[in-house]
Design a binder for this molecule. Structure first.
Ligand code: B12
Length: 210
């Protein structure tokens, strides 16, 4: 079953991916298990193939579509809010960057862990992040960047938050393939997380430390 789900994503078969997720849920499989053991490893394999030039952008787009079809079924199950929100997170992928799969997963898992998430989408200009934080009073700002050419936008956002005096009131968490612990420190963000589960742990820590 998992193997079939992974293959559906890897081969970009969105209808099949949807069908396998539906079937697995009906058999009682946990949504988080299907995401962590099925969809994410499949997308990692797609990334490997892209790196080795076995896949090109069109194949990756098909896989991304299949991944999204599966995630769409898991989203309502992963984000059920049972309690008062733990905190508000403003989340988005930075300007110039259209990669949103990882950011969407982080959003879903944060929601599942009790956070309220305001998702600004992808290709988000610095001022939009700054205004959203200002207007919502969010405790955490989460930014995603997958391209080394776009991660610098994160530094711009930090700078603007400082200039406007908002920086002390918000904790900044960054992630995505172009970012690291070192980079987070360099731009004076408060935390880096390598995946969605670590993002939840760091978000909890940052909310407590405020
Ligand atoms: C899918 C994909 C695409 C898709 C995106 C579809 C979509 N809607 O997202 C498409 C085909 C559109 C695409 C386009 C491009 N891509 Co692309 N793409 C990828 C690929 C293969 C997988 C990314 C992915 O979804 N991974 C799966 C998810 C689950 O993982 P993730 O994103 O890393 O997210 C996890 C963590 O990073 C973390 N995380 C993510 N965000 C956040 C945020 C916060 C706050 C936190 C705490 C954590 C966190 O948690 C997530 C869940 O575990 C990567 C390869 C790779 N190794 O990453 C290349 C890659 C990112 N792309 C790359 C490139 C070059 C491009 C293009 C420029 C290609 C081109 N020539 O057109 C364009 C740029 C378009 C643009 N302006 O953004 C390069 C970037 C190189 C670099 N260092 O800059 C990569 C690394 C491939 C490579 N090795 O060359 N791409």
């Amino acid at each position: 079953m998992l193997e079939e789900l992974r293959n559906a994503v890897i081969s970009g078969a969105d209808k099949k991916a949807e069908e396998f997720v539906r079937q697995a849920l009906a058999e009682g499989k946990e949504p988080i298990f299907l995401m962590n053991e099925g969809l994410i490893p499949a997308m990692e394999e797609v990334g490997e193939r892209f790196n080795h030039k076995e896949y090109f952008v069109p194949e990756v787009l098909l896989s991304a579509r299949a991944m999204k079809a599966g995630l769409a079924l898991l989203r309502p199950l992963l984000t059920e809010q049972k309690f008062q929100p733990v905190g508000l997170v403003v989340l988005g992928t930075v300007q110039g960057d259209l990669h949103d799969i990882g950011k969407n997963i982080v959003g879903m898992v944060l929601e599942g862990a009790g956070f309220q998430v305001q998702d600004l989408g992808a290709d988000v200009p610095p001022d939009k992040f700054v205004n959203a934080v200002k207007e919502s009073g969010a405790q955490i700002l989460g930014m995603s960047a997958l391209l080394t050419t776009t991660r610098t936008v994160m530094a711009t956002v930090v700078k603007k938050l400082k200039e406007q005096g908002i920086r002390p009131g918000v904790r900044i968490m960054v992630g995505g393939a172009a970012v690291s612990d070192d980079y987070a420190r360099k731009i004076e963000a408060d935390a880096f997380a390598k995946d969605a589960l670590e993002a939840v742990a760091k978000a909890r820590e940052l909310t407590v430390r405020r």
